[in-house]
Design a protein around this ligand. Structure first.
Ligand code: SAM
Length: 279
């Protein structure tokens, strides 16, 4: 389909792609009016045409309206399968995804807890898991591997790690609602035999783990340093997210003191994720 603008003929697919790109890369939540303005600057289409592009993206399930503090925003929709990284796809149960060979499809129900994939910190942690568990040989999956997910939310990271080959997992969260939703997501992925979700504190856990996941803010990651260290086995990998870009150097210094060195880092919209390994 094409739009005829005053100056040129515009391909509707380019407008769609641009709109999705603006929403995906905007560091602040974007309102429909702001998106329309950005598209208007770029494509010189009329208001009606731009409104129709946005409406069609919502109708197609690519974008969704969200409401916060009395304002309406447009966000990428996770009510359909979304590829987060090269191999990892988040899929709401009941939706079909035509998986490519080597895809890891993680079923996540929409809920109130954090971890639908719509936040950069979740996506960075998932990319860290892909790097650590699919891309490289840094965890020997023939061994009896285990993963601890601190602040499991929807359970998305924990379930991803298990589907990427870790044998068993424990997810903890201080929020009872998150624990209920994580347990339900464990069930829809058929992983009840391999995952336990609990409200126990880190201090109450005795086991050591091959992989520790934590998508928490830097002050929490800093405060938990010694407890995380105590739960890490000899070759443990830490996959950490929730770190603002400007906090990354401090986090790396703090963890380096306990012999955890950086193996991977990536950033998105002002947030950083890291994979650390004990050296
Ligand atoms: C940013 S969300 C991360 C959720 C999910 N892991 C993800 O990456 O999308 C942080 C979660 O940690 C939980 N949380 C915060 N502090 C915690 C703590 N000290 N111990 C356990 N859970 C905690 C919150 O309830 C919330 O569900």
């Amino acid at each position: 389909m094409q739009f005829d603008s005053k100056k040129c003929t515009v391909d509707a697919d380019s407008v769609r792609e641009k709109a999705l790109g603006i929403v995906a890369t905007s560091s602040a939540k974007i309102t429909p009016v702001n998106l329309a303005k950005r598209l208007f600057e770029k494509f010189e289409l009329n208001k009606k045409q731009i409104k129709s592009v946005i409406r069609n993206l919502v109708a197609a399930g690519e974008l969704t309206y969200t409401y916060e503090y009395g304002s309406t925003f447009l966000e990428r929709s996770f009510a359909r399968p979304v590829r987060i990284s090269k191999h990892i796809v988040l899929q709401p149960p009941g939706h079909h995804h035509r998986a490519k060979p080597n895809d890891v499809v993680v079923k996540i129900k929409s809920g109130a807890s954090f971890g639908a994939g719509n936040h950069p910190t979740t996506r960075l942690a998932i990319k860290g898991i892909e790097f650590a568990l699919l891309g490289s040989q840094i965890v020997d999956k023939r061994n009896d591997t285990s993963v601890l997910d601190i602040g499991t939310g929807s359970g998305v990271l924990l379930i991803t790690a298990i589907l990427c080959g870790i044998k068993s997992g424990l997810g903890v969260d201080i929020d009872a609602c998150a624990r209920i939703e994580a347990a339900e997501n464990v069930r829809v992925n058929g992983l009840e035999e391999r995952i336990v979700v609990s409200g126990q504190s880190l201090g109450g856990i005795r086991q050591r783990f091959s992989v520790i996941l934590a998508n928490l803010r830097f002050p929490s990651l800093n405060k938990m340093l010694f407890q995380i260290n105590a739960r890490a086995d000899t070759n443990c990998l830490l996959i950490l997210s929730g770190i603002r870009d400007h906090e990354l150097d401090d986090l790396l210094k703090v963890y380096q003191k306990l012999q955890f060195g950086k193996m991977w880092t990536e950033n998105e919209l002002g947030w950083s994720g890291v994979v650390l390994k004990r050296f």
